[in-house]
Design a protein around this ligand. Structure first.
Ligand code: NAP
Length: 483
């Protein structure tokens, strides 16, 4: 199966923070791939903006280097030159007055105008205000903002209010790159375009759900930022919450941005406050491959978690009785992101000698390789009588779509194209984000008010023992962390 590429409308995309890590690693390489795929029109403009004083040719040379580093070195030179010709650069200090008229002069009438705020959130207000006061953005323009969107409900509300002074909600695209993953969208297709799963998708048939986002790396160079954040703010409040919503939400009446986001919001609002016994925090210790968390963040007294596991309950008709276990951490055994839906066991086994049927599992893998996998019970082949065996039914999307996976757009590519198309379905709405903070705030506040230290865990392990006990005490076990 060959996937179709439908070109987007002509656009001017301004990247504030164009000299930064995100622009170099994801945004510009992603746009380049869309250009090569024929989705980005050759007439479109990408306008870099940052304080660094450089001319257009220096910016293009830097982006050539970024593409070589993050896309590949064997690129077609003519195509690369054609892409680089779409780049412009304007030196701008978000807090200053210079550069804005030059930026305004670059913007062409009659094309889509999008502004990517790839800068610290403390600059969002300055940029929004200047875009408005210089008449660069209008009611049809779109802005894209990155996480972290606040560090609690109060700061998230303040950020929303700041942006709302100049932009309507339907102009604001809050990126959560997890939502741009092929498999995450396939989760919606599988649930809502097949009759097979939806009748079983409830507490009567689903025993429990596990969501794991495991990393092998430590906090690296982000120590200071991370120590003020921790795993709950960095992963649970945003990415994992979004995954939980997509699994748990009711079918929207239509695949339309607000219909989908209304249903996700209902899930977040139905989350019960977390019981203190239902959460485990951990910190990685030092090991043969490197120092422990406290050394990494250079804060020997830090109580910030580099690992968290928790058990959440959704109090509604569909899910009461089905726990959702979430787990994420750094320096774990393998790098993997997956969702595991474990169904209940059949109520009665008719196979006396062949063994007890095991619960079916559906594993939705987001990384490293996207795909879905179901386990089913079958008869073991051969003449040995009716013996049962559990086998996987594999579905790797790369295989199903007839590619080796390299043609699959990266999450950022897809999301930026959605911004140009004006489709907000895969972006978080302000009220969704605030509801997620409203749920995580008390969890963080209760921890901050206590004196307990995070549980230590060995690098390369599955996290602290207590996290294993969180499931053992419910007679369940985590799926092994493996790539
Ligand atoms: P970064 O590498 O520190 O880059 C920051 C960018 O902002 C630079 O281009 C810098 O350029 C520009 N900048 C700083 N102050 C400015 C000012 N006063 N006026 C105009 N430009 C200014 O940060 P990043 O990693 O690219 O991250 C950008 C945003 O995305 C942050 O909010 C971050 O939390 C978020 N994010 C990043 C990642 C990632 O993988 N990197 C992932 C998720 C979210 P000059 O110094 O030239 O001005």
């Amino acid at each position: 199966m060959v996937s179709r590429t439908i070109p987007v409308e002509d656009f001017d995309l301004v990247i504030f923070g164009a000299t930064g890590d995100l622009a170099r690693r994801k945004i510009v390489p992603g746009l380049y791939r869309r250009f090569v795929a024929g989705q980005m029109p050759a007439s479109a403009q990408i306008i870099g903006a940052a304080r660094t004083r450089q001319d257009e040719s220096a910016f293009r040379a830097d982006m050539r280097g970024a593409i070589a580093e993050f896309v590949g070195r064997d690129e077609d030179e003519a195509q690369l030159d054609a892409f680089l010709a779409t780049l412009r650069y304007v030196p701008i200090d978000a807090r200053g007055t210079d550069g804005w008229p030059e930026l305004s002069a670059h913007m062409r009438p009659g094309v889509v105008h999008a502004f990517y705020f790839s800068v610290a959130p403390s600059l969002f207000g300055d940029i929004a205000e200047r875009l408005a006061s210089h008449g660069i953005a209008d009611a049809d323009s779109r802005i894209v903002v990155e996480k972290p969107f606040g560090r609690d409900l109060v700061t998230a509300r303040a950020l929303n209010a700041t942006l709302a002074q100049h932009f309507a909600e339907n102009q604001i695209y809050r990126i959560d790159h997890y939502l741009g993953k092929e498999t995450v969208q396939n989760l919606m297709a599988v649930r809502f375009a097949n009759i097979l799963f939806e009748p079983l998708w409830n507490a009567q048939y689903v025993d429990h759900v596990q969501i794991t986002v495991a990393e092998t790396v430590g906090v690296g160079g982000r120590g200071e930022y991370y120590d003020h954040s921790g795993a709950i703010r960095d992963m649970v409040q945003n990415h994992m919450m979004q995954l939980l919503c997509l699994i748990a939400m009711e079918p929207p009446y239509h695949f339309d941005p607000d219909a989908v986001r209304d249903e996700k919001l209902k899930v977040i609002r139905a989350l019960e406050p977390l019981d203190a016994d239902d959460i485990v925090r951990g910190q990685y210790q030092d090991g043969p491959d490197g120092p422990g968390y406290l050394q990494d963040v250079e804060n020997p007294l830090s109580r910030t978690e580099s690992f968290v596991a928790l058990k959440a309950h959704i109090a509604n008709w569909r899910w009461t009785g089905t726990p959702f276990y979430l787990r994420t951490g750094k320096r774990l055994r393998a790098r993997t992101s997956e969702i595991v839906i474990t169904f209940r066991e059949p109520p009665h086994s008719i196979f006396d000698d062949g063994g007890t049927p095991k619960a079916n599992q559906m594993v939705i893998k987001l990384q490293p390789n996207e795909g879905m996998n179901m386990t089913v019970m079958i008869k073991e082949p051969g003449p040995g009588g009716m013996r049962l065996v559990q086998v996987p039914l594999d579905m790797s999307f790369a295989d199903a779509l007839g590619s080796n996976g390299t043609d699959m757009p990266d999450a950022y590519e897809r999301l930026i194209m959605d911004v140009i198309r004006g489709n907000q379905t895969l972006f978080m709405r302000g009220d969704e984000l605030e509801a997620a903070w409203a749920w995580t705030d008390p969890i963080i506040a209760a921890w901050d008010a206590g004196t307990r230290l995070p549980e230590p865990y060995d690098p390369g392990s599955s996290g602290p023992e207590e996290a294993l006990r969180l499931l053992h005490r419910d007679n369940r076990r985590w799926r092994e962390i493996r790539a």
